[in-house]
Design a protein around this ligand. Structure first.
Ligand code: DQA
Length: 139
């Protein structure tokens, strides 16, 4: 059985009520429950962590090195966190960057990702399916 860590960054705890036109109506809890069931079908165990704090995400990436892979939606930190980038660079575990929205179709500042260059790949724009596609990419 594969073990994958799913990390979510700032404001993603407000999914369901936060800008539903961009991020949908589902809560993070509900997305995670759905992912857990989908992952079981592909013999994969998921562990979830969300934080609004950059340093906690850095530590979570470091601790994630014992997993088979990490899926990260770093929220706004994607666009400027060198600390999270360095944490991803520091570990050998493959990391996939995900976004619910298509960041390239939004404001210019969202077109830049500090993380993309050190991740295995990026999946953006498919809502909650972005997470599932990222999990499949890690198998
Ligand atoms: C996001 C896109 C980011 O630009 C934004 O800051 C978020 C959510 C997404 O999942 O689409 O918080 O990562």
């Amino acid at each position: 059985m594969k073990r994958i860590l799913i990390l979510n960054g700032p404001n993603l705890n407000l999914l369901g009520e936060r800008e539903p036109d961009k991020y949908g109506n589902e809560t993070l809890e509900s997305i995670n429950a759905w992912l857990t069931e989908e992952a079981k079908r592909i013999d994969t165990e998921l562990t979830f962590f969300q934080s609004n704090v950059e340093g906690e995400l850095v530590t979570a990436v470091q601790d994630g090195r014992t997993y088979d892979g990490i899926v990260i939606n770093a929220g706004a930190y994607t666009h400027y966190s060198i600390a999270i980038r360095d944490a991803i660079s520091a570990i050998d575990t493959p990391v996939v960057e995900v976004h619910l929205s298509n960041t390239d179709a939004r404001e210019d500042f969202r077109h830049v990702s500090m993380l993309a260059g050190v991740c295995k790949g990026t999946i953006a724009g498919f809502g909650k399916d972005s997470y599932l596609l990222a999990i499949l990419a890690l198998l």
